[in-house]
Design a protein around this ligand. Sequence first.
Ligand SMILES: Cc1cc2nc3c(=O)[nH]c(=O)nc-3n(C[C@H](O)[C@H](O)[C@H](O)COP(=O)(O)OP(=O)(O)OC[C@H]3O[C@@H](n4cnc5c(N)ncnc54)[C@H](O)[C@@H]3O)c2cc1C
Length: 377
Amino acid sequence: MARILVLGAGFGGITVAYRLAALLGPEHPITVVAREANFVYLPSLPWVAVGTRQPQDIVAPLGPGLRRKGIRFVEAEVRAVDPDRRQVVVDAGVLRYDFLVIALGAELDWEALPGARTHSHNIHRLDGAVRIWEALQEFEAGEILIAIAAGADTPAPAYELAFLLDDYFRRRGRRRRIEIEIVTNEPRALDQGGDGASRVVARALEQRRIRLRTATRVRQAEPGCLVLEDGTRLGAELLFIDPPYRGPAPLHCSSLADAAGFVRCNLHMQNPDYPEVFAAGDCVALDGLKTGHNARLAGGVVAQNLAAVVGGGPPRARFRPSTLVDLPLGSRDAVFSIWKPSPPALGNWQIQITHAGRAPMWIKHALERYFLWQIGR
Ligand SMILES: Cc1cc2nc3c(=O)[nH]c(=O)nc-3n(C[C@H](O)[C@H](O)[C@H](O)COP(=O)(O)OP(=O)(O)OC[C@H]3O[C@@H](n4cnc5c(N)ncnc54)[C@H](O)[C@@H]3O)c2cc1C
């Protein structure tokens, strides 16, 4: 019998737990630990910010779905991981493991941008999205600035927010009195989305009169003002900032992680120094966009490899990140773009498909319903 402990119940942790339970059966107990009893479907936060969704529409309780699959759920804050003793310290005690999966996501590094936490809004958490909705109720006219800092590894939601705000104010007849600008460290619009997505997004920004300032680093936020690296001060009545990411707090200064707290992994998603430790999702120190799509791909790799190792075999599955963008351009249309490496047997080339229109929006809605149903809504 192997005791398997999964830390985190986002896209990465849930994928690992569900697939492992199916692969291993009840002989090997699986425990999932997360600080919240609910799964929050993060891709729908921008819809909460503009009132298209209520917070309760995008959450699902974790416990019942996990228990139905024979998985134990512990609602607790993870404080520290001790890989030498094979134990995890949580606020209610200590949990021991034979195999550990770390899927704690990434943290927002507010200290890297002085003033940003206090003087700006943020779309990365449910309470932040609700506060944006409240702020919009009082906003009549002025400048809206959306800043993407260097090291903010998921830039797409900032673009989505700009498009949704444009649509929101247009529908209410207030758009003429409002300027919207995106300030980003990227060399072009949504650079990490690949050529196709970048082109569509740049054109859509232009058509909607949303200004884009590229290759620009932000330094700090002050009340009503964004300060750039070169000292330029940009005034804003509404300021949104995506700060850089860093690894989860329990991994800071851990031998499992790099200097920024991200878990070190090879392509089997296995820690090179502690082979009984695996990781998936935004907490991993690997190149590639930090997205739910990649967290699920990595989660599948972890489940396959962990099942193989528990059975006495070597890990064989390898993580091959790909880029999937499904980005609303307003309330009707979205752009869908997939950019992935070819299967290894077919050589070294890239597949990229981009399509903008109604269908990508239907896909976006369908994915939301599917994930929430899968968790147990
Ligand atoms: C606004 C927004 C829109 C997005 N849109 C998309 C999209 O359209 N498509 C896409 O693919 N990706 C999208 N993403 C990115 C995607 O949501 C993340 O990449 C994904 O959630 C990462 O999954 P994860 O499992 O690694 O981490 P998370 O989803 O962050 O889950 C982390 C888990 O760990 C738990 N946890 C963390 N720290 C502790 C602790 N100390 N103790 C106990 N529990 C802890 C949390 O409670 C949670 O259960 C979006 C992100 C945002 C913010």
